[in-house]
Design a protein. Structure first.
Length: 299
């Protein structure tokens, strides 16, 4: 669905939250992959947290198990495939796919937001740049990033020039999702009527970020539950309808999340941006799960 970084999808024994997603999405460990990995834990010999003299040594904490749910992707994958085969008309299957992906495959809205990985850091850099443009102007914002040469360029050229800053390309699936979402966002911005970054309004800033987050969630979902089983309809119009229906569904969740967090958006500061992005993703996934349940209940 717009991402060029498709892969075979995670297996049922993939950890709900890959270990490398504990970072802010901007400094993922080198060589990290979408399937995560074993969590490195210290051995008793490596422990340095000894008790004060005269106090009993606290018992060694048992290792935290990696949560595993056998076949947790099966039901959302099957429902997502039904939705696609219907040409985008089977909203019940779409609702079931999205709801079960969030509640079961991801372990809830908070965990689904954490799975966004690089899209968290990229979203924060995008929003931070837009906030700087709004407060100081495009010239100063570009100078701060050493991109003075982009001043005066059309908005799509400015964003394309910032692609490596917003979405550093480290070669992982996760980073590819963020980068593809950003490129698709640029195309949508050009169609939305936003043409002048130097005169960007708060509403336009929200629209730009909403477009990025929508594409990022769409790509995350499709890479997780779409690529193993889906064959797009042969009819180009039906394939387009599938994508439109999915994007509209996700964007509604993102838009409602931003509306609920409007006060936080107005009070953004540089050290608050990443936390705000995490809140948007978590709120959006919670709303999407509710919307999915509503669609499923109509059956």
């Amino acid at each position: 669905m717009g991402t060029s970084s498709a892969y075979g999808g995670p297996g049922g024994k993939t950890p709900l939250i890959p270990s490398w997603l504990d970072s802010d999405g901007s400094d993922e460990a080198e060589g990290a992959s979408d399937v995560g990995g074993d969590v490195e834990r210290s051995s008793p010999e490596d422990r340095t947290d000894t008790a004060p003299e005269g106090m009993p040594t606290p018992p060694e904490r048992p290792p935290i198990p990696v949560e595993v749910v056998e076949g947790r992707f099966t039901v959302p994958r099957n429902n997502f495939s039904r939705f696609v085969r219907s040409g985008g008309r089977d909203r019940t299957s779409l609702g079931r796919a999205v709801s079960r992906y969030i509640s079961t495959s991801s372990g809830g809205a908070k965990q689904a937001a954490q799975r966004m990985g690089a899209s968290r850091g990229s979203g924060a850099r995008l929003l931070g740049f837009l906030s700087d443009v709004s407060s100081r102007g495009i010239g100063a914002a570009l100078r701060a990033l050493n991109f003075e040469g982009l001043a005066g360029r059309p908005i799509d050229e400015v964003f394309l020039g910032l692609a490596d800053y917003i979405c550093p390309d480290g070669g992982t699936i996760d980073e590819g999702i963020a980068r593809d979402a950003f490129i698709e966002m640029i195309a949508d911005v050009a169609e939305s009527g936003i043409t002048d970054l130097d005169q960007i309004t708060a509403e336009q800033m929200q629209t730009v970020f909403e477009l990025f987050a929508t594409h990022a969630i769409e790509a995350r979902l499709c890479n997780d539950i779409g690529t193993k089983t889906i064959t797009l309809p042969a009819d180009a119009r039906e394939a387009s309808l599938v994508q439109e229906q999915l994007q509209d569904f996700i964007r509604r969740g993102v838009s409602d999340a931003l509306a609920a967090l409007r006060d936080g958006f107005k009070a953004l500061t540089p050290d608050r941006v990443l936390g705000f992005v995490d809140e948007v993703y978590e709120q959006a996934f919670g709303i999407l799960q509710s919307l999915g349940d509503m669609e499923a209940d109509r059956a």
